[in-house]
Design a protein around this ligand. Sequence first.
Ligand SMILES: C[S@@+](CC[C@H](N)C(=O)[O-])C[C@H]1O[C@@H](n2cnc3c(N)ncnc32)[C@H](O)[C@@H]1O
Length: 384
Amino acid sequence: MIAKTISGLEDVLAIELSVLGAGDVMKLNRAVSFSGDTELMYGINYACRTALRILKPLFHFEIQEQKDLYDKIYEFPWEEYLDESHSLAIDAVISYTVFTNSQFVAQRSKDAIVDRLRDKLGKRPSVDLENPDLKVNVHLFKDSCTVALDSSGQSLHRRGYRKSTGPAPINEVLAAGLVKLSEWDLVTPLFDPMCGSGTLLIEAAMLAKNMPSGYFREEWGFMKWKDFDATLWEKVKADRIALISEARLQMHGSDRSDRAIDSARENLRFTNLYEDITLEIKSFEDSKPPFEKGFIISNPPYDERLQIEDSLVFYKMIGDTLKRKYAGYTAWLISSDIETIKFIGLRPSRRIPVFNGPLECRFVKFDLFAGRKGSGVEVKQVNG
Ligand SMILES: C[S@@+](CC[C@H](N)C(=O)[O-])C[C@H]1O[C@@H](n2cnc3c(N)ncnc32)[C@H](O)[C@@H]1O
C-alpha cells in the first residue's frame, strides 16, 4: 500500500507505520510504501496521524501510447468492485508522461471504467466528485501507470473533531507531524501561545493519550467497498480504543483573538479535552509562562495568510518575549517567513524543512537555557 503525506513528514510517517505493524516500509517522495493485510489497512486508517490517505494498488501496467490507458483500465474486472448503484470519482496524478493534462487522464480512466460496467452489467455507475462510493487513484510516472483504490475516501486530516476554526487553521496531519518532529516527550507541559482553534494542542493531547487520530471520524472510503468487513473493523477500533490512556495532561493555549479562543473552546468541549488544556485570551508579548518549564510548539501567523503589519517587528517581539520570559523552555515554531525568522534573534538548534500546503516552511527549535540566577536568560544570541 501507499500512505501519502506532506513533504517533510516522510520520516515520521515511516516510523509511525512501522509501529502500527506495517511491513516492508519504504520512504518515497511525499509518501511511504508498506505491506500489510486488510486489518492493518483498517488500523492505519483509524490510527495513523501523519498520513493523508492510504492507497491500495489494484494493478500496474506500462503505457506506450495514449490509447493504452483506456484499454488497460477497461480490461480490469471493475464489476467485482462496483455496480450501477455505486458512484465513482477518479484522482489522477501525472509526471513526465505522454499525457500533459491530469484532468484528461482522469476523464479517460473514468470512461474506461464506466464503459466496462455498461458492457458487463448493462448499466453504468454515476460520477460523484464530492462523496463517491469508490475513489480510484490513477498514478502515471513516465511510462508506468498504477491504479489504486483510495481506502481513506476523504483526506485523513479531516479528523472529525474540528467544529470551529480560526482564519488560518493548520492542517491536522501537519500539526501531528510537527509534534512528532519536535520529539516532545508526551509529558512535559506544553504551551501554544498563538493557538488559534487549538489544533496543535489537540493533536498533541490525542498523541499523549494514545487516542486514535480517527476517534472522532465517522466515514472512511473502505466502508463502501463490496468486501467491507464490519466485524473486523469493529475489532480494529475496539483494540485501539482499549489503549487510550486516562492520564491528565498539562497543556495551555492562548491567543490574542477572542474568536480564536472561542473556536478552541468549542473544539475542546467536543473532544472532551477541556480538563487537559486550559485556554486564555492573551497576546504573547503580555503572556506569563503558564508552567515553570515547558515546551512551546506554535505556528505564528504567516504573512501570506494573515495580515501582519510588520513581520520583522513581530518576529523580534517573539524573540524578545522568549528571551525575557521563557528561560528553561524549549520552543518550536513553524514559519514560511524563512528570511524573517532571523529577526527572532536567537540561533535555532534545529531547522527542519516542511511544507504547509504550497508554502515552504521551516520548523525551528530554540533552546532557552536558564542562565545564572538574576541574570535572566542565557541564550545563544544572533546579532543583526
Ligand atoms: C496561523 S494562526 C494559528 C492557527 C492554529 N494553529 C490553528 O490550528 O487554528 C496564528 C494565530 O496567532 C494569533 N496571533 C497573532 N498575533 C498574536 C500575538 N501577538 N499574540 C498571540 N496570538 C497572536 C492569531 O490570532 C491566530 O489565531
